[in-house]
Design a binder for this molecule. Structure first.
Ligand code: SAM
Length: 214
């Protein structure tokens, strides 16, 4: 299968045809080999317009949602970014092309281990994968220019707001089990200005300041 051609088609029909206009985001989506982040038996459909299952009953998000969330982070190249929900590591790889350093947190050690191995193999050297509860953020390296959460919460964890720099952006799905709103929060001093981007559906953010494990 010609994965490069598939990736170009994905960018043209799913991203450019919608509202992905940031040339740096388009470039990253053209370069990062998504098929390397999905289970081997799903490689042929890696560039489809949908999320896919990965190990541990988790998912890799739809390409459009990955691009949209990345675009909303407004990255210029020098940022320190926190991702909560490493999953396959694909979103982290995309952000790594657009920022200086990425800290990516995953609560399931096996996923973190696999993602880290894969990211290193593919030479995404500015991504640091950390096992932990992302609802508490990652105080050690805070504050962050941008924070992206790729699992759904019912309320925005306070730690994430407090670990955002002044002027920083937080992109996060907020809602219930059935569906959420993708929200962008911009910090302005002590104020947090929020804007709904679109409707979405993510797996739950499980942790001390999130959903409890069922
Ligand atoms: N960004 C991922 C990718 O590119 O493949 C997709 C992430 S998947 C939709 C959501 C991930 O969030 C899952 O791997 C899940 O285990 C993780 N997760 C859920 N709650 C978490 C928490 N409190 N801290 C860190 N990771 C969490």
């Amino acid at each position: 299968m010609d994965f490069d051609a598939k990736r170009r088609e994905m960018v043209d029909t799913q991203l450019r045809a919608r509202d992905i206009v940031d040339p740096k985001v388009i470039k990253a989506m053209l370069e990062v080999p998504r098929h390397e982040f999905v289970p081997p038996e799903l490689r042929d459909v890696a560039y489809g317009d949908f999320p896919l299952p990965i190990e541990e009953a988790q998912t890799i998000s739809q390409p459009y949602i990955v691009a949209l969330m990345t675009q909303e982070l407004e990255l210029k190249g020098e940022e320190k970014v926190l991702e909560v929900g490493t999953g396959s590591g694909y979103q982290a790889a995309i952000i790594s092309r657009l920022a200086k350093t990425v800290y990516s947190m995953e609560r399931i050690p096996r996923l973190a281990e696999e993602a880290e191995k894969n990211l290193k193999k593919l030479c995404y050297m500015n991504v640091n994968v950390i096992v932990g509860d992302g609802t508490l953020g990652l105080k050690k390296y805070a504050p962050y220019d941008a924070i992206i959460v790729t699992a759904a919460c019912y309320k925005i964890p306070e730690a994430l707001k407090s670990q955002l720099k002044d002027g920083g952006r937080l992109v996060i799905p907020v809602g219930d089990d059935w569906g959420q709103a993708l929200v962008k929060i911009t910090r302005s001093g002590k104020e947090f200005i929020d804007r709904k981007i679109c409707d979405c559906a993510f797996v739950p953010l499980i942790g001390e300041d999130g959903w409890k494990e069922k």
